[in-house]
Design a protein. Structure first.
Length: 190
């Protein structure tokens, strides 16, 4: 249960916040530094007209350890005030034998739809993000929000078959309006 709550908090954070981004390509090109290729990647998967657009996102360590601490840096542009009835539909896929297989929604974990994100955000935000002057209550005003490095403690334990490579896609919406989409590729280790 604790792991599911932390995963949801991380996912909400990725959509609603921000940070300074270290771009591996720029480091290699401008500074001549060779940066190892890591398993974590992300992309906005909705149209450019979505009001939520992630500009930069960095997580460490890679792979993510459960339990453990996750360092999160993020910059997100919110183009219009976000309403109070936000929900997210998450599609979780696990890499099995070179293919991604959809993880079903079981006990609120997996490919699930989560409603009332504003309530969950109001509970989690003060602990992790208020120090960065991030609004912790909906509606969230339009602005560009930056988080230069928050540390989130991930509790709980992975099930015996939980470690591995995952692809997560989250579609945010509100009363029939599409707000944003984020696709993550992560590796979880126990």
């Amino acid at each position: 249960m604790a792991f599911r709550i932390h995963l949801l908090v991380i996912y909400i954070t990725l959509f609603l916040l921000s940070v300074y981004h270290i771009n591996a390509f720029k480091l290699e090109k401008n500074l001549g530094l060779k940066v190892p290729s890591l398993g974590f990647s992300w992309e906005n998967c909705g149209p450019a007209s979505d009001p939520i657009q992630i500009k930069t996102l960095v997580v460490a360590p890679d792979p993510i350890h459960v339990p453990g601490n996750l360092s999160l840096s993020l910059v997100v542009a919110i183009g219009a005030a976000l309403p109070t009835d936000i929900h997210v539909s998450v599609t979780m896929e696990k890499k099995v034998g070179g293919f991604y297989v959809k993880v079903p929604c079981i006990d609120n974990f997996g490919s699930c739809t989560y409603g009332n994100l504003c309530e969950a955000w109001a509970d989690a935000c003060p602990k992790y993000f208020e120090q960065f002057r991030i609004p912790c209550k909906c509606p969230i005003p339009a602005d560009t929000y930056t988080i230069p490095g928050a540390v989130i403690k991930i509790g709980g334990h992975l099930p015996s078959v939980g470690a591995g490579d995952y692809r997560l896609t989250g579609d945010l919406g509100s009363s029939g309006t599409h707000l944003g989409c984020l696709r993550l590729q992560i590796t979880l280790k126990d």
